[in-house]
Design a protein around this ligand. Structure first.
Ligand SMILES: Cc1ncc(COP(=O)(O)O)c(C=O)c1O
Length: 362
C-alpha cells in the first residue's frame, strides 16, 4: 500500500529545496471502480478517486492545498489568516476547521451566492469552528472591504496571512501536484489503472492545474478535463494556464525540469455552468441522481454534479467509451448532521440574518 509520505517524499526528493508542508489530512485517498455507473454510461472503465475522504475533520479538495498554505503561514510566524469566498464556500469552511485545529485565527470574507440549505449549513459550520465571519454585501465590494480588514489589527497581533480564494496560488496548487504523484503511486502499486482522462471541477483552477502538472512530472499521459463551474471571469483558459505556468516556475526555481508552457494535458470543459455559480443545472441534477442510484455516492449541485454531467458529455461527444475514465470527487464526505443539530441560525453574526430570512422562504 502506498502512503502520503511516499508521494510527498517523491516531490521533495525531486526539489532542491523542500516546500513548506504540514500534515492535515488522511491520505492517500481511496481509488475504486464505479462498475454500475460505468455500465449505465457504456464505459469500459470508470473509477473514482475520492478526495471527499481526505480528512476526518473536513474532507474535499481544500485539505491538500492548506497543508502547504498553512505551513507558509507558520514559516512567516503569523497567527491569523484571512480568506474569501461565497457564503457557502468549502474553501472558507476548510480554512475555519483546520485553522481552529492548529490554533490559527481565521477571518472569512463572505459574499452572496444563490442560497440553499447546503450553503446555510456551511455558514453554521464556519461559525461553529470559531471563524470571524465578515459579511460582504456584494462581491464587487470585496477588494475594498478586505484591504481595510488586512490593515485593521484590532486585538490581533502582527500581520495577517492572506490565503487566496480557493487556496489557488502556486503554493496551494502544489497540493494537487502531490495528489497526482499519490495517484501515480497507487497505479504503480496496482491499486487502480492509469486513467486516460481525469474529470474534476474547476473554480479557482488550482486543483485541475496541479493535477495536470503532477501527471506530467510522473510521466503519465493522462489528460485532465477541468469542468467549468464558476463564471468565465474567474474560470477561463487564460487563468487556468497562467496558474499552471506560475506553478511550473515555482517548481523550476526548486530545481524541477518542467517546460515553461501551458500544460498540454489540461483541457477546460465549458457548457455545464448553467445560469451561473451555485445554480443547479438539469443535467447536473440528473447526474447527481444517477450517481446516487447506481453507486450510493452523494454529489452536490454546485461542483461535483456538474463535473459528472461534463464527464458524460465529453465521453459521448468524443466517442471515448472504450477508454479509462476517473471521476475525482472534491467534496467532503464528512457527516456533520449531529453537529448541525446543535447550531442555530440566530447564533450567526450580524449581517448574515438577511440571508436566512430569504432561505426560510424556500
Ligand atoms: C467541492 C469543490 N470542488 C471543486 C472546487 C474547485 O476547485 P478549484 O477552486 O481548485 O478549481 C471547489 C472550489 O471551491 C470546491 O469547493
Amino acid at each position: 500500500m502506498t502512503n502520503k509520505p511516499e508521494a510527498r517524499a517523491r516531490l521533495n526528493q525531486a526539489l532542491k529545496k523542500p516546500l513548506p508542508w504540514i500534515s492535515l489530512g488522511t491520505t492517500p485517498t481511496p481509488g475504486r471502480p464505479l462498475p454500475q455507473l460505468g455500465r449505465e454510461l457504456g464505459l469500459s472503465q470508470l473509477w473514482l478517486k475520492d478526495d471527499g475522504q481526505s480528512s476526518d475533520l473536513y474532507g474535499g479538495n481544500k485539505v491538500r492545498k492548506l497543508e502547504f498554505l498553512f505551513a507558509r503561514t507558520f514559516e512567516r510566524r503569523r497567527e491569523r489568516v484571512m480568506t474569501f469566498g461565497a457564503l457557502g464556500s468549502h474553501h472558507c469552511l476548510a480554512t475555519a476547521a483546520f485553522g481552529q485545529k492548529i490554533g490559527l485565527g481565521v477571518d472569512l470574507y463572505l459574499y452572496p451566492q444563490p442560497l440553499s440549505h447546503h450553503v446555510l449549513n456551511n455558514l453554521l459550520l464556519d461559525h461553529s469552528f470559531g471563524a470571524n465571519m465578515i459579511h460582504v454585501a456584494h462581491v464587487g465590494l470585496l477588494p475594498i472591504q478586505a484591504s481595510l480588514g488586512a490593515l485593521r489589527r484590532g486585538n490581533h497581533r502582527g500581520a495577517k496571512e492572506i490565503i487566496p480564494p480557493g487556496g489557488s496560488d502556486p503554493l496551494g496548487t502544489m497540493g494537487y501536484v502531490e495528489a497526482a504523484l499519490e495517484l501515480h503511486e497507487q497505479i504503480r502499486a496496482g491499486l487502480c489503472p492509469k486513467p486516460d482522462y481525469i474529470y474534476v471541477a474547476a473554480g479557482t483552477c488550482g486543483t485541475a492545474a496541479g493535477l495536470a502538472l503532477g501527471l506530467l512530472l510522473a510521466g503519465l499521459d493522462t489528460k485532465v478535463i477541468a469542468v467549468q463551474v464558476v463564471e468565465s471571469i474567474i474560470t477561463n483558459t487564460l487563468i487556468l494556464n497562467s496558474l499552471a505556468r506560475l506553478t511550473i516556475r515555482r517548481l523550476r526555481r526548486h530545481g524541477l525540469k518542467l517546460k515553461d508552457q501551458a500544460p498540454p494535458n489540461l483541457i477546460l470543459k465549458k457548457g455545464h455552468l448553467g445560469k451561473g455559480y451555485g445554480h443547479p443545472t438539469e443535467e447536473g441534477i440528473a447526474a447527481l441522481a444517477q450517481m446516487d442510484a447506481a453507486e450510493k455516492i452523494k454529489l452536490e449541485p454546485t461542483y461535483t454534479s456538474k463535473t459528472l454531467a461534463g464527464l458524460k458529455d465529453f465521453v459521448k461527444s468524443h466517442g471515448l467509451e472504450d477508454r479509462c475514465h476517473m471521476f475525482w470527487n472534491t467534496v467532503s464526505t464528512v457527516d456533520f448532521s449531529e453537529r448541525l443539530k446543535t447550531l442555530k441560525p440566530s447564533d450567526l453574526p450580524r449581517g448574515f440574518h438577511q440571508d436566512f430570512i430569504a432561505l426560510d422562504r424556500f
